[in-house]
Write a protein that binds this ligand. Structure first.
Ligand SMILES: [Zn+2]
Length: 361
């Protein structure tokens, strides 16, 4: 199969090449040439790697907007309303708006509150295309045996608040982190920062595939993340809604931190990663390069899952998202800016392993 495109963002740096074709054989990209092929499908548009949603809580989609009127503790805390809501309401939650939104992702990392939902959710989500990485936790945070169960049933461990875990359990998590991915919320609140949520994990040598939020992390701690090669996942809408601020992204980038994006609670924020990119770009008013923000979703997201980016290049798997808007593809003055600002509203086409999956708004 040969696809003719207006623009292709190639390689890990997402360099733009214009008016080019991609040749695909057996699910792999075999050639990219800067011309249109007479044998090609004239798809046009902007071809990107598939995006990654590096942090989401899908369960609360059963109760949209249930977070309104609650603060972080009374919504997601150990005595918050989210846990009982997501336990009691178990109706089918992957309906059209959610299925459509998640079908563009290469993968989602779901912080799964109930370990017994991991397998069912994996089946539901993967039926819509993306890979599902269920990172869960035990019902009883003091039970080390239950952590072993989580590692067996789910894809890995998602720590909601490291400070609630006693040292003997942290030792077990440290051991498990060598065999399955472990991610954790850190410094989401000032209290978590002051009590050293990140350092507690690092002191116990928990191998972290990513840390999430890091709102109050200081410069020296951001440098430590860069040195230890731990990606930081930020969720701009959630962070502003619940806390009123977000991690110091400009400093984190200067320190060399790999930053990825997530959409956090699906019951409060629709899992649309373009909305996160646009908010981040707006907060920094263009003082963070648009290409850096696009990389957060289309390259760094993979790193935050502990996998290699599936960027567009020869000999890579033929996975891509095509934004099919001729005006953007041909006339944009800043293609990265257009992807951030208008990606949500574009007609899209998804290619997975060389197969055109579908075209939709
Ligand atoms: Zn979260």
């Amino acid at each position: 199969m040969i696809i003719n495109l207006d623009k292709i963002l190639v390689g890990e740096k997402l360099d733009v090449i214009e008016h080019a074709y991609i040749q695909i054989e057996d699910g792999v990209i075999t050639d990219i040439e800067q011309t249109w092929s007479p044998d090609g499908l004239n798809i046009g548009g902007i071809a990107l790697p598939l995006p990654v949603n590096a942090h989401v809580h899908l369960n609360d989609y059963v109760a949209p907007e249930s977070c309104i009127g609650y603060d972080l503790a009374s919504f997601v805390g150990s005595k918050g309303i989210k846990l009982p809501i997501t336990r009691l309401l178990r109706h089918k939650f992957v309906d059209n708006p959610l299925a459509r939104s998640i079908s563009i992702y290469y993968a989602l990392a779901d912080f799964q509150e109930h370990k017994d939902y991991c397998r069912e959710n994996k089946e539901l989500i993967e039926k819509n295309g993306p890979r599902y990485l269920g990172l869960s936790r035990p019902f009883n945070p003091l039970d080390t045996v239950e952590y072993d169960d989580v590692a067996r049933i789910c894809d890995g461990i998602g720590i909601s608040n490291p400070l609630r875990i006693p040292p003997y359990v942290m030792e077990e998590i440290s051991r498990l982190s060598l065999i399955c991915p472990v991610s954790a919320h850190v410094s989401e609140t000032r209290r978590m920062e002051e009590r050293g949520s990140l350092h507690y994990l690092l002191n116990y040598r928990v191998k972290l595939v990513s840390v999430v939020h890091g709102i109050f992390l200081k410069k020296w701690e951001l440098r430590q993340l860069a040195e230890e090669d731990i990606p930081l996942v930020v969720c701009p809408r959630s962070n502003l809604w619940f806390i009123g601020r977000m991690a110091d992204i400009a400093t984190a980038l200067k320190e060399g931190v790999t930053i990825a994006l997530g959409t956090d609670n699906a019951g409060c924020f629709h899992p649309d990663i373009f909305a996160e990119m646009e908010l981040l770009f707006t907060i920094y008013r263009g003082n963070i390069d648009a290409r850096e923000i696009v990389k957060m979703t289309f390259i760094n997201g993979y790193k935050a899952l502990g996998t290699s980016p599936r960027f567009i290049d020869v000999r890579q798997p033929a996975d891509m998202l095509v934004l099919r808007e001729p005006r953007l593809a041909r006339y944009s003055w800043n293609v990265y800016g257009s992807i951030i600002r208008r990606g949500s509203y574009c007609n899209k086409l998804v290619v997975r392993d060389g197969v055109i999956i579908k075209s939709f708004n």
